[in-house]
Design a protein around this ligand. Structure first.
Ligand code: NAD
Length: 393
């Protein structure tokens, strides 16, 4: 029997796994936690929209068939010659490996950034950001030092903007609870480029900037972070911003294990795949999600989004299944349905299949996309169980 091993239970890994279950193809999935979390909603967890644990689902709740095995441990390497996955719990041999270990923060070599900033990279990190801010605000009550009330978010891509929007809905409530003056709070979103959200249309960018500014954000474009020291963000030109909370949302790169295992990678560490999502270096390895460097029909690589990752996961499962049973594989082509950015609990901007949307419509569309994902992942039962907790339509 061929041995299929999936590493990573993010969007790509989970979609590959659920599809393999439906195809009655046995596999082992290795993941650091016994749960899958909704990476696209981590800003909500950090911003206190719901309790952090509502943004996760037990993997065994979704993958319930005896033919699928879950191993909870951390992957430490891939030995391609021996075809084994090395983990903290020992080695796991594979005939076909599905590599979907997602992303790590891209620090661009900026001194002190990794050591002195928080990153919205996991559910635990979201909890950490939330409790860090609460601690800083409590500290303000003790010493009245306004630095405790200053939050710097570095990078105004989708992650930064969604986080800032969410924080600005939550912080007034936190101030009220703690008896801290809201008008002393400062949330700076610092962006090196001349614009926020470069991936959305210009008019929507303006809507996003206006909405966030009206909520109280201080948006600083053309401003590059060059160094971070404890509690201090150093900007190009010499300005230093003191802040109790420093969060980095300046970019992502693929898991470094790919490069370490000798795969051909791009400048963001993603492994090059062919049209079947198979590594160009190794036909026994499929790569999906944020780990994959896969060119779309326009010759540009697909973006590292949950939407693309989910579609890749399904396509990989179909292709591994085909390969195991000696049938032809199918080339992958993503169906890009648009980008939606939330700007807090009730507003958003983006485009749906090319149609620009903003305000409440965009926020409702984003909520609908959550339910769609839950339906795909675990059917009506999971959607009914989780969407009540996540969706506020
Ligand atoms: P990103 O790379 O898209 O944005 C990072 C931003 O940080 C950029 O605008 C960049 O100019 C800025 N930056 C980098 N270095 C800087 C510096 N030294 N000083 C100041 N600013 C700096 O990263 P992201 O927002 O984390 O997104 C990563 C991927 O995830 C993207 O493909 C995105 O589309 C996807 N994503 C999608 C959604 C959604 O669909 N709603 C949400 C979050 C992320």
């Amino acid at each position: 029997m061929s041995k299929i091993v999936i590493v990573g239970a993010g969007y790509a890994g989970m979609m590959a796994a659920t599809r393999l279950e439906r195809l009655a193809e046995p596999f082992t999935i290795i993941n650091k936690h016994a749960y899958h979390y909704f990476t696209t909603l981590l800003h909500e967890a950090a911003g206190g929209r719901g309790e952090p644990d509502k943004y996760r689902v037990d993997i065994k709740e979704v993958l319930a068939k005896p033919s699928s095995e879950l191993v909870v441990t951390e992957v430490t390497g891939i030995d391609r010659e021996r075809r084994v996955v090395r983990t903290e719990a020992g080695e796991f041999p594979y005939e076909y490996l599905v590599f979907t270990l997602g992303w790590v923060p891209e620090y661009f070599g900026i001194p002190g950034l990794a050591e002195h900033s928080l990153v919205l990279r996991s559910l635990n990190a979201a909890k950490q950001i939330r409790s860090h801010i609460e601690r800083e605000f409590r500290q303000y009550r003790e010493d009245q030092n306004p630095v405790h009330l200053r939050i710097v978010v570095g990078g105004a891509g989708l992650t930064g903007v969604e986080l800032v929007g969410e924080l600005l809905d939550w912080l007034p409530e936190l101030c009220m609870t703690l008896g801290v003056p809201w008008d002393h709070v400062e949330v700076q979103n610092i962006e090196a480029m001349p614009m926020i959200l470069p991936m959305v249309a210009e008019n929507l960018r303006e809507v996003a900037a206006r909405t966030l500014t009206e909520k109280g954000a201080k948006l600083r474009i053309n401003t590059k972070i060059v160094q971070v020291t404890p509690g201090r963000v150093h900007l190009e030109g010499g300005e230093v911003v003191e802040a109790g909370t420093i969060i980095w949302t300046g970019g992502v790169r693929a898991n470094p294990l790919l490069e370490q295992a000798g795969f051909t990678v791009d400048r963001r560490g993603r492994a090059k795949v062919n049209e079947y999502l198979q590594s160009v270096d190794d036909p026994h390895v499929f790569v999906g999600g944020d780990s994959a460097w896969c060119d779309g029909p326009d010759g540009r690589p697909y973006p590292p989004t949950a939407q693309v990752a989910s579609q890749m996961g399904r396509a990989i499962a179909d292709n591994v299944h085909a390969l195991v049973h000696g049938r032809p594989m199918k080339p992958f082509q993503a169906h890009l349905k648009g980008t939606l950015a939330s700007l807090g609990r009730e507003l958003g901007v983006g485009d749906m299949v090319g149609v620009p949307v903003k305000g409440v419509v965009a926020a409702v569309a984003k909520e609908a996309s959550k339910v769609k994902y839950l339906l795909e992942l675990g059917g009506v039962r999971l959607a009914a169980a989780k969407s009540g907790e996540l969706v506020h339509l």
